[in-house]
Write a protein that binds this ligand. Sequence first.
Ligand code: PLP
Length: 418
Amino acid sequence: MKDIPLITPALTGETPFARNYAREVLEIASGRGCRVKDTRGNSYLDFGSGIAVNALGYGDRGLARRVARQMRKLVHVSNLYATPPSLALAEELLQLASPAGRTPFQAVHFGNSGAEANEAAIKYARLRAHHLKGPGHHNTIVAFEKAFHGRTLGALSATPNEAYRKKFEPLLPGFTFLPLNDLARLDQAVTEETAAVILEPLQGEGGLESPSPEMVELLNRISAERGVLVIADEIQTGLGRLGELFGSTLIGLTPDIITLSKPLAGGLPLSATLIPPAINELLQPGDHGTTFGGGPVTTEAGRYVLERITAPGFMKQVRQRANQLDQGLEELRKNHPWITDLPGRGLLRGLRIDLGPDQEELFPAILPAALERGLLILRSGSNVIRIAPPLIISPRDLQRGLAILDTVFHTISARRHQ
Ligand code: PLP
């Protein structure tokens, strides 16, 4: 076990923010590379990337230059007009996402957040069902247990977590939740009434589970043969996080709609809903819209991010780091037998923790213990520690973060035996 000294994090005390966030949080002042500094000057290695957003880490000079240049030129015009960056980013996304041999995606709706991208996808799916089958009840959306699609009322309606939903009911009608990878249930649940199935290629918030190859095959058949749209929520998995540009490619899924957000604009708010001709042809001006979505600054940032992650060698490096992470996690599992599973792919990985009777007390203690040793990590679901470092992480930083985790886990083991 390495000796990693304890630090005293700059925690805020009660913040002036609404209490739907933690009352006491780390106050971060700056960042560079894979590290951030708090207001006391403590440095933290970030294995969370601002919840899988900061693919290029912190303080990227190229991003700052491009955004500053665009800010001097033009900041906002509304969607009554187009701008060179918004047109260019839309074209680039369509080209990157359209697989060879399939109907290409035809259009992009830009929004400001992941939830908004899914809202658009849900509206489009219902619009198409309405068009094909007429008004009525042909608008069911199938989603999966432990999925997370966002917190706005529409996206929340596709998110089964009772803790997020209960206090805000009634939500939208017409959503059905199925266990992931239950083929018979899925086959049965998709009926004449179904407009779409929505899923994540890997469940980022719900424990990092993925659909099985058999389920992916069934979903592809449902899309091709039954006229039901498959929506891939790639808000967390898209744009390189899993070592492929799209998580759906990695698992063999051929979605009709793709939603993207988190890393898309390098930390600025931007989302994209990619749609096929069959939907685009139905849309009329005014059917959907947003004031800020797809503005010139965020789309210029998006162009920069795409340039970087599609540059030769970038994705190869992500895969190399993913292999290194995989080996490091296996080591941790050997050292700490209460790590029962290592779900996830690429640079979105988890450690499933089973501390037996100490779970309730000690699982929540892991994140603060990592913070005190200078490492930011995340949770996923009720018993998984999630790791999602910036895609640009160096072998050295990755190694250092794994060493901190090892130290933290030793302290947890020690508390367990007391
Ligand atoms: N979908 C997935 C898979 C996500 O991980 C998230 C956010 O964590 C969302 C949707 C919602 O995105 P946002 O918080 O930007 O609305």
